[in-house]
Design a protein around this ligand. Sequence first.
Ligand SMILES: Nc1nc2c(ncn2[C@@H]2O[C@H](COP(=O)(O)OP(=O)(O)OP(=O)(O)O)[C@@H](O)[C@H]2O)c(=O)[nH]1
Ligand SMILES: [Mg+2]
Ligand SMILES: [Zn+2]
Ligand SMILES: [Zn+2]
Length: 1574
Amino acid sequence: MRETHLERLLKDLGLEHLYQEKLTLSKILQIDEKTISDEPPQCNSDLPWYFLKKLMMVNVTARNVQLTSACESVSDPEGAEFDLDKLLGSLPSDNKLNPLDVITALFLCSDGFVQQELALKMSMCQFAVPLLLPNCGTNQCTLMLWAMRDIVKKYRPSSLAESKGFIEDRLVVSELPMISVVRLGECSLSKSEILNKLLSNSQQYHDTFVHRNMEGGDCARQISNGLTEISWYLPCGNKNMDVFSEPVAVANLRGDIASFETQFSFLCQTSAAVFVFFDDLDSECELLTNQHHKAQIFLVGNHQSGRLSLDALSRLAKKMNLSNSQIILRTKQMNDADFIKSLHKAVNNVIENSKMKMKIEQMADIAHELEILVDEDCEKCRTAKKNADAITAKIKDIPKYKETQLPLQGETWKELTRLEKEEFRLRKVGSQNIEMYKSDLQKKKAKLRNKQNSSEMSDAMTCFISAISTPSTERCYFLKWMRLNLDNLSRQMLSGLREVYKTKSKSPENKEEIKEIDQQLSNSSLGIEHFFREMGQIYEASVSLPETNRSRKQLKHLPKLCAELLLDGLPVELVDGDASNIPLRWVTDVLSQLNKLVSPQNKILVVTVLGVQSTGKSTLLNTMFGVQFAVSSGRCTRGAFMLLIKVNEDMKKELGCDFLMIIDTEGLKSPELSKLDNSYEHDNELATLVVGLSDITIINIAMENSTEMKDILQIVVHAFLRMKEVGKKPKCQFVHQNVADVSAPEKNIRERELLLEQLNEMTQAAAKMEKKEEYKNFTDVMEYNPDTGNMYIPGLWNGSPPMAPVNAGYSEAVYELKKNILQVLGNHETSANNIPEFTEWITSLWTAVKHENFIFSFRNSLVADAYMKLCTEYNKWEWAFKKEMYSWTNTAETKISNFGNVQSEVSDIGQLLRKLKTEASSELFKRETKLLENLEEYFKKTEGHVYLVEPYREDFANSAKSLRREVESSVYNQLTAATDVRRGMNEVDKIKMNHTKELGDRVHALIEECRKKKVDMTDKKLDEEFNTMWDKMVNERTFPKQETIDVMRSVFHHLMENLRQKGSHAMELLNQKRLQDCGKIPFKYSAKGFLNQTKHRVLNFLSFEDQVKALQKLADCIITDCSQSVKEKVKTKNNYHDNFIQEILHMINLKLENSQDVKIPTDFEVSLKQHICADAAREFQRMHEDFIQVNDPYRCLCQNKEKFRANFKDEFHERDQCQKKAKEFTDDCLKPAVVKFVSKSLGPDIIDDMTRRIKFSTRVFFEYSVLLDLIRKDNFEVYLSYINSYEQYVKKWIFDEMLELLTNESVSEFEDKHLRSSIKSINDAVNKAQAKEGGNLQKLIQDIRQELGESLVISGDSLSPFMILNNVDPKQFAQWLTECVKDMAKNLRKKFKATEVITKLTSVDVKPHIELYKKLVGCGKQCPFCKAPCEAGAAEHKQHFTSFHRPDGLGRYRWDGNKKLATDICTSSVISDIRFCCAATNNEPHPYKEYRQIFPDWLIAPDTSLKASDYWKYVLTKFNNEFAEEYEAEPAEIPDTWKKITKQQIEESLKKLLGEEENSEIKKQTNKQTKKPW
Ligand SMILES: Nc1nc2c(ncn2[C@@H]2O[C@H](COP(=O)(O)OP(=O)(O)OP(=O)(O)O)[C@@H](O)[C@H]2O)c(=O)[nH]1
Ligand SMILES: [Mg+2]
Ligand SMILES: [Zn+2]
Ligand SMILES: [Zn+2]
């Protein structure tokens, strides 16, 4: 019937499926809803999980597993009546469970690793652990040897009390005497309770064994009879406290020995003494007499029970040959204390005298003899042990072993680390050529890697790798065995050293000694992490081999192995604390394998801990998450370890991640200690990395060393400040440990304020060091709430170790902390990183850390990505803004142009302008607000890492504002200009109108006259009549000439205003030469003002001649641009407007401001402006005169003479002129208007189309595309023109590229669209006008015009000839008009198709290439050293940056002495100790490191990848001679490593930069249907 017992219980507990399947570690460690819920258990099936949850957090209350609901339901309301039955009824019901049953059931349902974990945690709680586990299903029991393997305890036996030494041992291998306690028959004494009392010292009682007076202890045991538990008493070396002065194991068999003979026999064979408890016995008791005992038997009877037959007892004693001392009776006079005293005496006696000591490991043999199972007997466990033993058996001397078997991680790896860091830091470069030096370092590195590769893999590593390639369970056993073995090997050595280290480090006087010990500690430690570290090195070295290499291929699978282990919950070393480095390639590949294993469930959140050495960081994490980071007193964790914890489905959504990654770190050293070995740097690196990686950082502060903490906080604050700067927002949680008082939180308010004060102070100090003085408070650096950001945790031990259990308060507080942390993580302010992103963080953080100046060195492709996304979005908004404003302005302009010709609600054009300006402002405001809102919305997103670009947010907001300002001023200018032009035209129009009217009158008079003549009027005659009339009219009328203005004078006036702010010298220079005389010969700068400025020439900088050349080049460039712009203006055939010259002057100013490499001498500026203005003035004058000429009323009249004549004749003959006039109207009025409309609208369309393509989407992609195209051409001349005339080059490039992309069809499609729309508005207008009753042709046309007033500009001038028509039927005219318009559309369409794209591009109003250029060329600033263009995306940015710095030689820099082109690259120079001179430093040498003092708005990030500049290295290497010749210098000395860079590599990497986006772009575009292939 027992079977059903077990089954029933398991079912009750909901464990039945696990009996076969077994519970695994990853299952109990995973984070699920129960983790953070405080719900008490509701039903029996909750109990095991409740117990597990508490136990895993080492909570001593874990065994109190009862359903609270059972008690609550019977609790009576206040004042209920007395009811005896009810009171009795509320006594324990049989629904309750004995804790032992729960424990037994759990052990039965767990795999070996969970059992180990259970036993370990139970022993930490000072609970007895199962020694023999019964299985009432099979009637067998198992010796739980494996389960107890993990328990290590430290104690001090009396022999060491003096010396203060101690013993640290794994209990299963300690030889200890064991005392067993068993029961024979019924017994009224609770032997468990008595044992507890025996083992507790007087101050503190602890329930080691579950006993009947405990909660649930009285419930009938269902499956735990036969359970034998074991516990240990371990002394602390204090006579007053120790119950026993020597260690002793205590076993306790549950149940009657009569039923559990096997167990009893086992105990008799293994114990030093067996205490048999009984109430009553029979003298024949064979059970006792038949045994062949090794153990001394004690009989313990309870005389108080009254059932004891003394007679039988004495007979039995005789039979068994027992002495008096072996019989202990609880007599009537005895109380508990007395009774326990006598027991104590007996036990003490045994401990002191017995020779019978046995390791639990040895008990396995006895178990075998008794056919007791041993948990270690399983096949997998045995093979694993064999494998592990094979490796560890060979270890004799740890340092030597490491040298021979794990050789790669030794000095070679450390040396590699040194080289790597030097490559980034360039501390020892001295006066050498940087690039040569770097090249040397790289060669040295390659050599070391070669050396690593040259040796065969050691035996140990071969065995190790083959053993971890076994299936999962066996591998886990193997690793555990390795850990146990290695730990056993090094423990003695290490625990001693650690203790010494701990004491010495408290008073670091003897520094050398401490350093020595530290070194020894690191030398003598050998754990599995060293084997994995070696694996990493083997892998890293193999990666430097060619891909086809055989051994590289063979090692390819290593990362996957390691990834699997990580998934199994093994802590994997992230930072090697000895070498102080991360094997980046290894870690990256492991993580990417991990990603493959778990994708798409690959989101992780990271929890890390930082704090002083040995302050219980690892303990805290272990308690919190139930994991097993190495824990020990004294210096223990080295470097940093990462560990994965699964998040269960039910919590994934809440936490927003699939895994938690826990990172445990090496304790930071106190300043005293760090001074010894300069580990300050190491600590700093580690803290920065860890904070950078974490989503939440636990700052562990142990109260007793809060002063030390203060200094360490400095490091932490630095790390946070750096993260703030690079855009990561880690959260932090301060944990104050060893705060005993319950009132701590209140008492600690003051404490907290103090902490915040200190943090603020430190923030200021750190900010100063990082040159970020704007940070004044800790809260500026991160979100920190002193109230919620602090947790107080009482001491770990309740009492003094080793006998102290873990403090329940500790466990509870840690649980609170855990809930708190999970809750903070669950606040989805930002979405969790996925594994590749996390890897990216590791890489970029670590590379930046390797640089000295972290903040400026940090570059992260995630940030770059996020920035790019933001740019792309912003560009879209910006373009939408501009486009809408274009079309608004178009309409407004049309309104102005039509003013006077169509009716308007305002009578005065000035009023119209004011009205439009107001409208413009509100339009702009509306759109600016929209843009800012978009930005706001964008930053609210949680995905896409928007928080990373938070620092750039202001740039974009400012850009939006400046965009508004810019567009506003340009719209105002445009409107004003249009108004002014219209005003001018108004006069002319009026005159013309009068003329036409008069002419009309005269023509009609003439017709009358001719008709009266009654003669046949031949055409000739009519002509003559008309001519006479015409001449007469022309003679009679006076035609006032339009006055021309003196453009030159006006221009001079503006130039003077412009130069006034430059001071009197400029004005003097301006007045020295007449503007009319300027600009007639090509501009040549004579450098008068320049000569006396340069006193000496300096190394590495533009020579005087070069500067003059540079100025000349600048001038040429500006002149070209300006004359281009003037030409554009002239082409519009508009009247001159003062705005024009102002625009030109503004343009010059901008360009001069942008040129940073040379100081602009005043005389240069003045003469350049004179030159350009004079030229422009002449052009504008001509334009102005042309305009006057074209619009001259007399000329216009004459121009239309023939038309008038024809009209006259038609009228005379009363011919039907409808068709003809309709055609004329169409051709003369509508067509130009339509063409103009189309041309105005075409530009934005083309831009629309272009910006959808990657290369024109953002500044950076544009730059990449240009570079990619350049390298494809790979032609010296092309490079040269790119480098030396960037603006011109890219302008042309954009234009060419557009021509390439635009086809005739695509463009005419856009045109067609607008054509159709304008035809539609014409037709609508005609229909509307026609619908109006009455009127004549003039009226009709006027109506049509009115209708079109906002969309098309139909010039009044062209209307003239119609004005004299009388007898045209409007209806018919309208009909014809519709026909003609149809024809016109057809013709125009044909014409559009036939016109070359290039012609269109140059004639459209908004020039797409110029607009694109403006958008893509960025701010136009160039790196002050190498001239690489800035690639910032926001128009208004505080800081310029670029990712493609070039060797200075490409920018004409050469060494003064030998004239060789320089190879230095800004990215390296700025971290070296080299100095530079230039105009900005007044030609005084200035350290590169402090370049920001001179160029504060440039950010030159040290090259983190050491790859970005490869592009230009390649170019200089390939065209070294050509450049040298061109620049009149000697060829550069090319470092060897440069020569290895190939064109393909560069092309590939650029393609990748573009390509990734290319794909996503294509995806995005599929629904937008673009017809052209990209
Ligand atoms: N008395 C006391 N001991 C503690 C407490 N917390 C941890 N310990 C013990 O302190 C020792 C060091 O704990 P660890 O968790 O290894 O400390 P750590 O900060 O990880 O140490 P390192 O990694 O070497 O810097 C262990 O023996 C712990 O049992 C505590 O609150 N009070
Ligand atoms: Mg630790
Ligand atoms: Zn540069
Ligand atoms: Zn810039």
